[in-house]
Ligand binder design. Structure first.
Ligand code: 6PG
Length: 628
């Protein structure tokens, strides 16, 4: 499967364009159009009477051919024959489709062509106009040049090879995600090239061994040489970088640049910082290279069978990679791809970052539920059974994997009991917390989940403190339905806060985000897919703020007594449940009509003359008091 292309076969009259195009059309099995058939009668009359066409005569005709090309590209490849002698003519033909146009220049000497023209009958251009054609010809820079001295079959073979040999998509970096995405692309029928660096002792023959290991990679081209990899790709090149986010991404971009051409597209599929994505976009733009930052969620398995994909950057550039990303993406309940254009700049990576923030909280909430159910006297299998029974009301990918995890045995014991309780992270939760602080949106649960991981990391201090503070979590007595309700309550607040953060970023950065679409592409393929995400699609069509929606309000009201109970019991029994308690604290703060912020304002005014507004002055004026 290819992204559609139009092949323009150009050259002076008499170079054999139509013959070659007909043969090529047969060989590649794609339609062919002779530009001469699209001349208006006035042009034909002029040429027949021996008068050369001027640029004005040609303008309308070239526009017609450009429109023809655009129409054809909507559903197929095609070949169009047109002399296209001047650069300005080719610019008209290229308009709006530059990246899908391949130029073939059939080149020959004046004498060669004159000889051919003299043999022709009924051609509306006489041979004495040939010189004017040669005078007009401005040799194209980006065309594949074929000498007409070869026989037509060889010419066609040469062109077909040139077009077909090259891969349409390149994957740079064969770590777990890179490998899975490559296989996914190949399984969808795309001809791809893959690259992995060669590192003596650690990374040897990675690309070639990978190709050998999977049947679907039979036509894949594997490289460990950057230049050869880049040259194996059709232009504009589409290269997806699947390397460790951070400095490596910049180093890889630097290594690639010398071999790239104007209009090539680099796609960063790593968990990159959205601000860095914007910098990289600007930097590469200055080098005429397009850059798309793509969030990819779903882990190794998702990448192989269908991840959720969040692309951000220039829309026109995105359209050139859309067919690839959409076909490898997971499909939603309506069989639509879980991939949608997010918006400009680093918006794709921003949305992926918040996805991970929401993921941190969903994971932490399950960990807190585990703490509670354990304190209620359940072993991991029993906890798994309880969670299993929650699927009817609260199903999600993370709930499912947690059940599997809890059931996994290691010898006589459960494996979870043997895992060191220090939670790692790769940085996206940290960035989300920074972003939420910078954008002034209180995603307090994401911060709590992140800090819970950080606190867990103080293992030695915790061991010391557990002996010295004499805090003894006691056994809990709670109704299981209350625990489920508390969990569901906190998940709603989590989704509200994450989506609100995305919406604030959209406003701040002028990204035109479609929140409902974002929820839709999160309903499959990604780590935070859940039944609740499906419920959010219609809600987000009408409300950016889900806490304004009647269904959500009613749900939270119904669940609130349970979370009040669960959180109080946790505190009374000295159990930590930071995200559960933060969720109820947040809703209490969010729903209070008169908060204690009046005291903060007074304090600020007291020591710093920062002024405050008065409730009895509706002009909004700022006041200052001499407090002493
Ligand atoms: C995903 C995951 C993926 C990865 C995280 C883990 O959506 O597929 O979020 O991106 O597992 O980077 O992040 P931490 O290591 O920070 O937990």
């Amino acid at each position: 499967m290819n992204l559609n292309n139009v092949i323009f076969i150009m050259g002076v009259s008499g170079c054999g364009k139509s013959t070659i195009a007909q043969l090529l059309s047969k060989k590649l099995d794609i339609p062919f159009f002779d530009g001469d058939d699209f001349h208006p009668q006035s042009n034909i009359d002029k040429m027949s009477s021996g008068v050369p066409l001027n640029d004005d005569d040609r303008h309308g005709w070239l526009v017609t051919l450009n429109e023809l090309a655009k129409r054809q590209l909507e559903d197929s490849n095609c070949i169009i024959v047109c002399s296209a002698l001047k650069k300005s003519y080719r610019e008209i033909l290229n308009r709006g489709i530059q990246n899908q146009v391949k130029w073939i220049h059939l080149a020959g000497s004046f004498d060669q062509i004159l000889g051919r023209l003299n043999k022709r009958e009924n051609h509306f251009m006489s041979s004495n106009l040939l010189q004017s054609q040669f005078d007009t010809l401005e040799a194209p820079e980006n065309a594949f040049v074929v000498n007409i001295g070869l026989n037509p079959e060889d010419i066609v073979e040469k062109i077909a090879n040139k077009i077909k040999m090259k891969s349409e998509f390149g994957l740079f970096g064969l770590g777990v995600m890179g490998k899975s995405l490559s296989r996914n692309l190949a399984q969808k029928g795309f001809k791809i090239s893959v690259f992995n660096r060669e590192e003596k002792g650690t990374e040897e023959d990675v690309a070639i061994n990978f190709k050998k290991a999977y049947k679907e990679l039979e036509t894949t081209q594997a490289y460990s040489d950057i230049e050869a990899f880049v040259n194996s790709l059709q232009t504009p090149r589409r290269i997806m970088l699947m390397v460790n986010a951070g400095k490596i991404t910049d180093l890889v971009i630097k290594d690639l640049i010398p071999f790239l051409s104007d209009g090539d597209i680099l796609i960063d599929g790593g968990n990159s910082n959205y601000l860095k994505t914007k910098d990289r976009y600007d930097y590469l733009k200055s080098k005429q290279i397009n850059f798309i930052g793509v969030g990819v969620s779903g882990g190794e398995q998702g990448a192989l069978i269908g991840p959720s994909i969040m692309p951000g950057g220039n829309k026109e550039t995105y359209n050139l990679i859309k067919p690839y990303l959409e076909s490898i993406a997971a499909k939603d309940a309506n069989n639509l791809p879980c991939c949608t254009y997010i918006g400009e700049e680093g918006s794709g990576h921003f949305v992926k970052m918040v996805h991970n923030g929401i993921e941190y909280v969903e994971m932490q909430l399950l960990a807190e539920v585990y703490t509670i159910l354990k304190a209620m006297g359940n072993n991991p299998d029993e906890i798994a059974n309880i969670l299993e029974s929650w699927k009817a009301e609260a199903d999600s990918y993370l709930l499912g994997i947690t059940i599997d995890i809890l059931r996994k045995k290691d010898g006589d014991d459960w494996l979870v009991n043997k895992i060191v309780d220090k939670a790692g992270n790769k940085g996206t939760g940290n960035w989300t917390t920074i972003a939420t602080a910078q954008l002034g949106a209180p995603s307090t649960l994401i911060a709590s989940a992140l800090f819970a991981r950080y606190t867990s990391f103080y293992k030695e201090e915790r061991l010391w403190a557990s002996k010295n503070f004499n805090i003894n979590p006691s056994s809990l007595h709670l109704d299981l339905q209350d625990v489920l309700n508390a969990y569901q309550f906190a998940r709603i607040i989590n989704h509200y806060q994450g989506i609100k953060l995305i919406s604030e970023a959209g406003r701040t950065y002028n990204w035109e985000l479609n929140l409902s679409e974002i929820a839709r592409i999160w309903t499959n393929g990604c780590i935070i897919k859940s039944d609740f995400m499906v419920e959010l699609i219609p809600i987000l069509k009408t409300d950016d703020n889900i806490l304004k929606h009647a269904t959500i309000i009613n749900k939270l009201k119904a669940l609130k007594p349970s979370i009040n109970k669960v959180v109080s019991q946790c505190i009374l029994n000295e159990l930590t449940a930071s995200c559960l308690s933060e969720s109820v604290n947040f809703l209490n703060a969010y729903t209070i009509s008169n908060s204690s912020a009046n005291i903060i304002q007074a304090q600020r005014d007291y020591f710093g003359a920062h002024t405050y507004q008065r409730i009895d002055d509706d002009t909004g004026k700022f006041h200052h008091t001499n407090w002493n």
